[in-house]
Design a protein around this ligand. Structure first.
Ligand code: FE2
Length: 314
């Protein structure tokens, strides 16, 4: 009984058409929309990775959806660790009827689905880096002219980062009730949870804030060039803020974050740390100054601002 990976993030947003435009600009494809709700997925994948419902006063995280096995065992553990099994929420049933719905100790809604894994991604071309004493690319250029590259397409949803009023309590719930592992953390301010087998460094992560909320969803692309190219292209279309190109210390991935229309973020990532067997991994508690980036541009002033907490005060 354990979480195996991220499936989707579901958001209530003011303007559905605006949301569809942002995520299709990012390279997702629209699966279906009835004018009130929409689902989008990475091209070539079966499952929707982003679920949107329009008509809200402000953007708000509705739920995160995770792939699991052992739903019955999890259902027993959830109440023992401060969570609550809840009925399927109204209005989301037509698209997403299966699985187990629960709230974590802070009220965040989580949808668990016992779904088979999708086919593994096709191996891409090796990202060949010539290094001192190690030439792996000879008599050919690494780069085409920029205009010759097709638009970057996200390959799959890798992880979701959400706000939590108590990061360590959130981690306790994810590890004890949902069978995840703590990959790494930076004090009690940010923490990263992985699956215990064949996992990206993080699948669900938590950042400290006054209330729950959605910070970002992160989509894997082939290599650092695609992170940079995709990030620049989405920034040009979205016209808001960005953070990147840079490299995280925790998880090691290269990143480019583009701000969505509601103040949260879309991340392209490549080259993240991988944990095939959590029993053989040792979590590190990093200093706070290591929590954001190893290197990168200055961090936007509102990068870790929870706009959903602001909306609660209105
Ligand atoms: Fe991320």
């Amino acid at each position: 009984m354990t979480v195996l990976g991220a499936l989707a993030v579901a958001l209530d947003i003011p303007d559905l058409a605006q949301g569809i435009r942002f995520y299709t600009d990012a390279g997702l494809e629209l699966v279906e929309s009835d004018g009130q709700m929409a689902s989008l997925r990475c091209p070539g994948r079966q499952a929707a990775a982003v679920l949107l419902r329009g008509g809200a006063a402000a953007k708000r995280l509705h739920h995160i959806s995770l792939r699991t096995d052992g739903l019955e065992a999890i259902a027993r553990l959830v109440p023992q660790h401060g969570g609550q099994i809840v009925p399927q929420p109204e209005g989301w049933g037509a698209l997403f009827a299966e699985g187990l719905w629960l709230r974590d100790p802070h009220g965040m809604l989580i949808h668990l689905v016992d779904a088979p894994a999708e086919a593994p991604l096709e191996p891409g071309e090796p990202f060949a880096v010539n290094a001192p004493g190690r030439v792996v690319r000879n008599r050919r250029s690494a780069m085409l002219a920029g205009r010759l590259y097709p638009p970057v397409r996200p390959l799959r949803l890798g992880h979701v980062l959400v706000f939590s009023p108590d990061v360590l309590a959130s981690v306790d719930f994810m590890t004890q009730a949902l069978g995840m592992g703590l990959a790494d953390r930076a004090q009690d301010v940010i923490a990263f949870c992985c699956a215990r087998k064949d996992s990206d460094h993080h699948v669900v992560a938590f950042a400290k804030a006054g209330a729950i909320g959605f910070h970002h969803a992160s989509f894997q692309v082939s290599d650092p060039d695609e992170v940079g190219r995709g990030g620049r292209a989405l920034l040009a279309r979205a016209g808001k803020g960005d953070w990147g190109f840079g490299r995280h210390t925790i998880g090691s991935n290269v990143f480019h974050y583009i701000q969505d229309p509601w103040g949260s973020w879309f991340e392209y990532y490549a080259d993240m740390d991988y944990i095939d067997d959590y029993a053989l991994w040792s979590p590190t508690n990093y200093a706070l100054e290591d929590s954001l980036a190893n290197w990168g541009p200055p961090v936007p002033h509102d990068f870790v601002h929870n706009y959903e907490a602001d909306a609660l005060l209105l």
